[in-house]
Ligand binder design. Sequence first.
Ligand code: 3HC
Length: 272
Amino acid sequence: FIRSLSSSAALHAAIKHVTIIGGGLMGAGIAQVAASTGHSVVLVDTSEDILKKSAKGIESSLKRVAKKKFAEKPEDGEAFIQKILKNISTSTDAASVVQGTDLVVEAIVENLKVKQDLFGALDKAAPEHTIFASNTSSLPIADIASSTARLDRFGGLHFFNPVPMMKLVEDTPGFIVNRLLVPYMLEAVRLHERGHGSKEDIDVAMKLGAGYPMGPFELLDYVGLDTSKFIIDGWHEKDPDNPLFAPSPLLNKLVAEGKLGKKTGEGFYKHK
Ligand code: 3HC
């Protein structure tokens, strides 16, 4: 949606100010993409510490983009980075930020009640024209939107990690990618739990045999083990008899130990 806006002058004029709620990997990535397409962006989270980390992540991602884009002229790369960074500010006060925003994109924890509470509160603070969108990867949009009085201005906007690199945004019901990808990743964990292959062997097999850029364990670490668990637990609760959604003891153990993947330095693998 945001990406297509960049190619449509008319729509671009309609949405100038974007608020992103949630400064994690996804929220920071969405803020970066929205700022790169000329929008004025406020990134909101609950603490200054999280926002500092998000800003650092955006800057290092922009440096990677600039290194490629301006390989011949690095000085232009620095100007490119500064121009985009100028479009982004941060805040811990969502209710006051949304008073001047055209679009809110939420990328917080994958929990229906928490999302409903957030949008319920924002609905009271935001102007009538503001469009609400959720980056949910597994919850029905209508369920989230039910806490607001703007059902006709509420949509799904599901990005993929790493947001600056992945060219897909889903806004159709059904969440095609995660519906296939999450059971696939969990099936890899189950294969390993049954002792049929090491994590390393399964990852190498999928990279060499199926041409995937990352194996399933690498991808789980990249996406976040907590996020993957939230998704699978939510689906399991709705459809407990579906074996594709069965919980994984190994995944649950790692999450309980705080090993959430790349972001905490350890998940299935150790990360620098
Ligand atoms: N920002 C900017 N540029 C980035 C980047 C980022 N965060 N990550 C990678 N890049 C670019 C850089 O230009 C990098 O070059 P550099 O090393 O010189 O900086 C280039 O990509 C290549 O990166 P790498 O050499 O580190 O590694 P890869 O060639 O493997 O590419 C990848 C990285 C694009 C992440 C690739 O491994 C990939 O596509 N992996 C699969 C990702 C995927 O499946 N995502 C979907 C997950 S599901 C999801 O998000 C849904 C959610 O709801 C759970």
